[in-house]
Design a protein around this ligand. Structure first.
Ligand code: NAD
Ligand code: DAU
Length: 360
């Protein structure tokens, strides 16, 4: 049975990936989920897999070398899918240190532990072992309107402390291929949305605020562009890269779904209006009047847009969920998980929200 070590599996994309993998492979794989459970990690995301015999959760910090080496010693890991990271750009602007510690040094710990566990006496690695670093399109920097797309060959030009730390982890991973022929892949994905996304990020924040009649904060002129992908399509791409990708290669993941932030907000408001029934008291709260332009994000990247040609041509991946459908699925999920939203927005999140948006 193939064993996957997933880091950050209690977060947004990691938990969706774990669900995807069990849906696809059932009992024929084992997943070990290693997560420190920071503010962004939530075991509620995995309630429906926790009783499986082929699933194990281990609370550990990827910066803790001893703890990570112990996991590699205890389990015969075949695949690593490394999601664990500090993931929010705004938080990185306010507190960069933890981003370097987790995203750079934590990644180094993961690479070294896997290398130590997998390396054969002659310095090569068994054919089935693979380490995948989940990178981001933000490593490429920012595009302007009229520029083309980010390709795998686009030079790195990260701007935020978050993207700089992700670029460092990304380059370290590539260095382990270039130097040791350690078996890696890197995926650079565009903005994800879907179930279990923490409400500090644009789409769940707008859904959550709109349903409560709270202001919808738009940074700058609202015309920054992001390239949105439904999270299941990202999970599928990661799996396909581990199955079919060429070792040492980077693959961009995105679905040509560029939208300005203000467009996204209008789509969410219109979809909420369509989906809420007439007798639902929240319907009257959802309104364009809530849109509030606020101070711009420092160093705000203007536009991200991924060229997914390589993964399509070499691997045959394409996105299955169009935005119109994906946003309905996401909103429906939030309708059905009010308790989840209440739990993650109580306590620490309130404090973060008030400080970040200067509202009381
Ligand atoms: P997230 O913040 O929702 O989840 C991160 C997870 O990592 C949490 O469960 C957290 O507890 C865990 N974690 C953080 N620090 C840790 C540590 N030191 N040790 C162990 N676990 C730790 O993030 P996400 O949005 O799911 O992103 C997952 C990965 O995908 C990240 O590497 C991110 O850079 C990358 N990515 C995200 C997007 C996106 O749109 N969200 C797009 C492209 C790439
Ligand atoms: O592109 C991939 C990246 O996407 C990932 O690597 C990151 O982990 C992920 O957080 C995401 O980064 P962004 O900064 O693009 O996502 P965020 O949801 O924070 O913001 C999306 C856009 O919306 C961005 O232009 C900023 C804007 N925004 C965001 C918030 C939270 C607002 O206008 N208002 C807001 O309140």
């Amino acid at each position: 049975m193939r064993t996957y070590l997933v880091t950050g599996g209690a977060g947004f994309i990691g938990s969706n990936y774990i669900h995807y993998m069990f849906r696809k492979y059932g009992d024929s794989i084992r997943i070990i989920n290693v997560d420190a459970l920071t503010y962004a990690g939530n075991l509620e995301n995995l309630k429906d897999v926790e009783s499986r015999d082929n699933y194990t959760f281990i609370r550990a910090d990827i910066r803790d070398r001893e703890a990570i080496e112990k996991i590699f010693a205890e389990y015969d890991i075949d695949r690593v899918v490394h999601f664990a990271a500090e993931s929010h750009v705004d938080r990185s602007i306010r507190n960069p240190e933890i981003f370097v510690e987790t995203n750079v040094l934590g990644t180094l710990v993961m690479l070294n532990a896997a290398k130590k566990a997998w390396e054969l006496p002659d310095g090569t690695y068994p054919a089935d072992k693979r380490f995948l670093y989940v990178s981001t399109d933000e490593v490429y920097g920012s595009l302007e309107e009229g520029d083309t797309y980010f390709y795998e060959t686009t030079p790195f030009s990260p701007h935020s402390p978050y993207s700089a730390s992700k670029a460092s982890g990304d380059m370290l991973t590539k260095a382990y291929w270039d130097t040791y022929r350690f078996p890696i892949n890197i995926t650079s994905c565009s903005n994800n949305y879907g179930p279990y996304q923490f409400p500090e990020k644009l789409i769940p924040l707008i859904i959550n605020n709109a349903l409560q009649g709270k202001k919808l904060p738009v940074y700058g002129d609202g015309k920054n562009v992001r390239d949105w992908l439904y999270v299941d399509d990202h999970a599928k791409a990661i799996d396909m890269v581990q199955e079919k990708g060429r070792l040492g290669e980077r693959y961009n993941i995105g679905g040509h779904n560029e939208k300005q932030n203000i467009e996204i907000i209008h789509i969410i408001l219109e979809t909420l209006q369509e989906m809420l029934s007439e007798d639902d008291p929240r319907k009257a709260l959802v309104s364009k009047d809530l849109i509030t332009y606020v101070e711009d994000r420092k160093g705000h990247d203007r536009r991200y847009a991924i060229a997914p040609d390589k993964i399509k041509e070499e691997i045959g991946w394409y996105p299955e969920t169009m935005f119109k459908e994906g946003i309905r699925l996401t909103i429906q999920w939030f309708f059905e998980h009010e308790e989840w939203m209440k739990n993650v927005t109580s306590g620490d999140y309130q404090k973060y929200y008030e400080e970040m948006y200067q509202v009381k």
